[in-house]
Design a protein around this ligand. Sequence first.
Ligand code: OSB
Ligand code: MG
Length: 368
Amino acid sequence: MNIKNVTLRHLKMKLKFPFTTSFGTFLDKEFILVEVKDENGRSGWGESVAFMSPLYNEETLKTNWHILEDFLIPLVLDKEITHPDEVSALFEPIRKNNMAKASIEGAIWDLYAKRENLPLATALGGEKKEIEVGISIGIQKTVDELLTIIDQSVTQGYRRIKVKIKPGWDVDVIREIRKSFPTIQLMADANSAYRLHNIDLLKQLDEFDLMMIEQPLASDDIVDHAVVQKQLATPICLDESIHSVEDARKAISLGSCKIINIKIGRVGGLTESKRIHDLCMERGLPVWCGGMLEAGVGRAHNIALTTLANFTMPGDTAASSRYWEKDIIEPEVTVHDGLITVPTAPGIGYSVDLNTIDRFTVREQTFS
Ligand code: OSB
Ligand code: MG
């Protein structure tokens, strides 16, 4: 296939609820939607998961636009690409900027699958017909409010409840949750809010039978995580610290984690996600697919990836209606009994709703 033009759109969508993590609160979601077109005018779609501020990682919407416009788009325009695995090789000289890379690589994967008349899941090698999902719940004003949301989420069928923690909102909150919900699959995500000297506090969480503690320590650390993991019964899951299959290999060798959260954007694309998945499978670590408050296109990519065999734990890809009054894909993603049915149409398997996309677009530019 030959990429003849690439359109970047900056969208702004209002979230139904504020979403608070240890590093900040999201009221709405701004992101770049990437559309690539081949020689037949056929489109593939990708979504950047970079946020407006560099608080989760160093990338932002603006740095992604710059890297896409000035470096990545020129590397793919008018190139003959036989398979999307070649894209990560083309991008190899450009350091980091993984979310920018993943956004256009994902669009090319979608286009490739459509040209091959295959669902993206099948093109990736996934076989599941439905995937298990959990839900990630932000920090609330009161524990009572959190308990109410957990109750609703359990009733809706979500298979695993993840709550965000930060210093001052951790052990006591988890204790209260366990009192009300003694048997649910529960986990906590710290988004790098602690340091090695907080080890005694982290050890107190062992009491609550959590499935895992996600990313307790610094976003660039795999050394101190290994120290903590040796002293914790609860498995550590790394999110922010894993940017590549090489990072995963090193973290596994050091014993820094027992589980990995794969986010397509954080690791630079679907090809690298597959590599991490395969390595973890070989080494006996389960993986699950993280979320970045994606709109429909990103959500669809997550669903396709999760069909790979070693995604054995429920991911964070909740229903469209949890986040948006109106999503940008048709049909929207729905969850029944904690399961999403994997779409069978070619490519991402959902159609993009161009009218809704237009409504949320604040800037648009085509490169050819
Ligand atoms: O760490 O997984 C995270 C949201 C924004 C930034 C980081 C994270 C999250 C989530 C929400 O946990 C996942 C989702 O519902 O998309
Ligand atoms: Mg996380």
